[in-house]
Design a protein around this ligand. Structure first.
Ligand code: IMP
Ligand code: MG
Length: 179
C-alpha cells in the first residue's frame, strides 16, 4: 500500500484502545453472572474482538460466523452465508461483535438466523456505526464510535481484502477504488 491511499486517520490507536476499555467495562458489568457468548463476524471484526475480549472480566466464550455482502466498496444487498457457529447457542446470552454497522443488512440477516436458536438474549456491539446509510431497522446496543458515511479501512476493515493490518481506522482515498 502507498501512504497516500489513506486520506486521514479517523480513529487513532490510542482512541481505539480507550473504546475497547470503555466497552469492555460496560459489557463486563451488564453480563456478570450471565452466559455470555461473543459471536464475532469474520473477517473484519477479529481485530476488534481480540482487543475487546481482553477488556472483558466476566466469564465468556467466543465463536465465529462468516457472511459476506460486499464487493469492493459497495454492499451487494445480498448476504451470503459462509460459516456457522461451532458452539450451540441454546440458552446463551449472545453478543454479536461487528466491525461496522452500515446499511444494517448483514446484522439483520445474522440476528434473524440466531433468533431461531433458543438464545437467552441477542445483542449487538459494533465498533463503528455509519447511521446515514441505514437500510434496515437494526440498532446496535453498544457502539464504539459513530462515523460519517465514508469508506474506512484498517483495524480489521478491508478494501478488497487489503489494509486490515493498519493499526488505526482511516478513510480510504477514492483514488484507490476509482483506479
Ligand atoms: P452492512 O450490511 O451494510 O451493514 O455492512 C456491514 C459490513 O460491510 C461490515 O461488516 C463490513 O464488513 C462491511 N463494510 C461496511 N462499511 C465498510 C467500510 O467503510 N469499510 C470496510 N468495510 C465496510
Ligand atoms: Mg464485516
Amino acid at each position: 500500500m502507498k501512504k497516500e491511499d489513506v486520506l486521514e486517520v479517523l480513529i487513532s490507536e490510542e482512541r481505539l484502545k480507550q473504546i475497547c476499555k470503555d466497552l469492555g467495562r460496560q459489557i463486563s458489568k451488564d453480563y456478570e453472572g450471565k452466559n455470555l457468548l461473543l459471536v464475532s463476524v469474520l473477517k473484519g471484526a477479529v481485530v476488534f474482538l481480540s482487543d475487546l475480549l481482553r477488556e472483558i472480566t466476566c466469564d465468556c466464550r467466543i465463536d465465529f460466523m462468516a457472511v459476506s455482502s460486499y464487493s469492493g466498496t459497495k454492499t451487494t444487498g445480498v448476504v451470503k452465508f459462509k460459516k456457522d457457529l461451532d458452539i450451540n447457542p441454546d440458552g446463551c446470552d449472545i453478543l454479536i461483535v461487528e466491525d461496522i454497522l452500515d446499511s444494517g443488512i448483514t446484522l439483520a440477516y445474522l440476528k434473524n438466523i440466531l433468533a431461531d436458536r433458543n438464545a437467552a438474549s441477542i445483542k449487538i456491539c459494533a465498533l463503528l456505526d455509519k447511521p446515514e446509510n441505514r437500510r434496515s431497522d437494526i440498532v446496535a446496543d453498544y457502539v464504539g464510535e459513530v462515523i460519517p458515511d465514508k469508506f474506512v479501512v484498517g483495524y480489521g476493515l478491508d478494501y478488497d481484502e487489503k489494509y486490515r493490518n493498519l493499526p488505526y481506522v482511516g478513510v480510504l482515498s477514492p483514488a484507490v477504488y476509482e483506479r
